[in-house]
Design a protein around this ligand. Structure first.
Ligand code: PHE
Length: 448
């Protein structure tokens, strides 16, 4: 591979923002709070944190190592190391397509809500929930927003790794963090927010079932962008001088903090307004405008700021999903970046059109008995990502040489990685067994 011009992150901070940008997304802000709310608040958060430390962080280290070692995106990386595992990379590319079959729809909602914040959405608190339902089930309006959202994705990824993805991350990620802290402060200072904080931080283990574990497992893979080759791809652009375990830890900490922060921003407000905890996917889109309705002229501005932050978070994630497929087409099919982006973008757009319409305008758009939108969502985080995570752990633990992994994680012996053996034991034994157990008990719980 030496001598071939490969696009790389130009700086450490650029890489961290890009990878954290991929991780921090709708998963953290849109999905995590409603999962936590539905699954016993902090009991869910507790299980989630356990999985992040025991599984996600270690899988991320493994993905970075595989990507950087091979200098290739997911499919090529597996193929180069062991041809029998090529299918694991292919599953990853497929997962990217499937996630991009619904993610841009929610990305489009976020963009729409920036504008809607100013056009009367906040004027009547009682109508906010209905407005959301009406919006997402209508036919062409959400489609237009989704198309706009996709166009921005295509534009950024077409520009390439350093001048597109890295630059976007560097500007957008810090903006997101600042905006977000602001919203969280506003939410916890609402009257009655304290009940919500109690709900969030006092665990209720009676709500925990096999399904809770399955949801937490899928969520941590999804949120950390793992189990589908994304971090392998981003790892392939990391400089040989970087310490992979340390960077993985930083990215994991950022991602987890944003998820918790999002819950602190959203769940106390639910209680302050006396809303049902089980709002599902509508949670952010219903609660946040409610927080800011009734704040006078300032309300629309702050609400818009929040949805700008949400759209930014979504964008830095979906560009990474698009990049997984594009990098595959460039590495393996020798396509030009621009053509690869065009083809991939088109297919993802068509999938997103179908899933958006499945929410109401064309309710007959179903796969296996659920709306196409939900199908793409469920099949990725509950099935594909867990399988992808299992495969990478098995691959690294049982098919790669231990010395090769040590070599990659210590940059050829020039760096300390004192916990190497701990990491190795986790990847080889604990991660596969944990995923298998959670999958089995989760499936049993769903059957019941
Ligand atoms: N991590 C992103 C989020 O939380 C979603 C994502 C999943 C991105 C997998 C890339 C790969 O929204």
């Amino acid at each position: 591979m030496e001598g071939k011009q490969r696009d790389n992150w130009s700086s450490r901070i650029g890489f961290i923002f890009a990878a954290a940008g991929s991780a921090v997304g709708l998963g953290n802000i849109w999905r995590f709070p409603y999962l936590a709310a539905e699954n016993g608040g902090s009991a869910f958060i507790f299980i989630y944190l356990l999985f992040v430390l025991g599984i996600g962080l270690n899988v991320m280290i493994a993905e970075f190592a595989i990507g950087r070692r091979t200098q290739l995106a997911a499919v090529g990386a597996y193929k180069k190391l062991d041809k029998r595992f090529t299918f694991a990379g292919v599953i990853g590319v497929l997962s990217a397509f499937l996630i991009m079959g619904f993610y841009p729809v929610v990305g489009g909602w976020s963009v729409a809500y920036i504008v809607k914040s100013f056009t009367g959405l906040l004027s009547d608190q009682a109508l906010i929930a209905d407005a959301f339902g009406g919006f997402i089930t209508s036919s062409y309006e959400p489609l237009l927003w989704m198309l706009l959202y996709m166009a921005i994705n295509i534009y950024i990824v077409a520009k390439g790794v350093t001048s597109g993805i890295e630059k976007a991350g560097k500007i957008l990620m810090p903006t997101l963090l600042v905006l977000f802290i602001f919203v969280a402060i506003r939410s916890v200072t609402l009257d009655g927010a304290f009940e919500g904080l109690k709900f969030l931080f006092k665990p209720d283990f009676s709500k925990v079932t096999g399904e809770t574990f399955l949801a937490a497992l899928g969520q941590q893979f999804f949120s950390l962008s793992l189990g589908m080759g994304c971090m392998i791809t981003y790892g392939s652009y990391i400089s040989k001088k970087e310490a992979l375990p340390k960077n993985a830890l930083i990215i994991t900490l950022i991602d987890t903090s944003v998820a918790i922060l999002a819950s602190i921003a959203i769940i106390p407000a639910l209680f302050a307004f006396g809303l049902e905890v089980n709002q599902g996917p509508g949670l952010v889109f219903i609660v946040v405008p409610q927080i800011f309705a009734g704040m006078g002229a300032l309300g629309p501005i702050i609400s818009a700021i929040f949805f700008i932050a949400l759209a930014i978070a979504a964008l830095t994630s979906s560009i990474s999903l698009l990049e997984v497929v594009v990098a595959y087409l460039i590495d393996e099919r020798k396509m030009k970046r621009k053509n690869a982006v065009a083809v991939t973008g088109l297919v993802m757009t068509v999938m997103s059109v179908l899933s958006s319409l499945s929410l109401g305008a064309f309710p007959s758009l179903k796969l296996f008995g659920v709306a196409v939108f939900d199908f793409f969502d469920i099949i990725t985080d509950k099935i594909f990502l867990a399988i992808g995570g299992l495969l990478i752990a098995l691959f690294v633990g049982w098919f790669m040489k231990k010395e090769d992994m040590k070599d990659e994680l210590t940059n050829g012996g020039t760096l300390e990685f004192g916990l190497f053996n701990v990491w190795y034991t986790l990847i080889k034994y604990v991660v596969p067994v944990a995923i298998a157990l959670v999958a089995i008990f989760g499936i049993i719980a769903i059957e019941q």
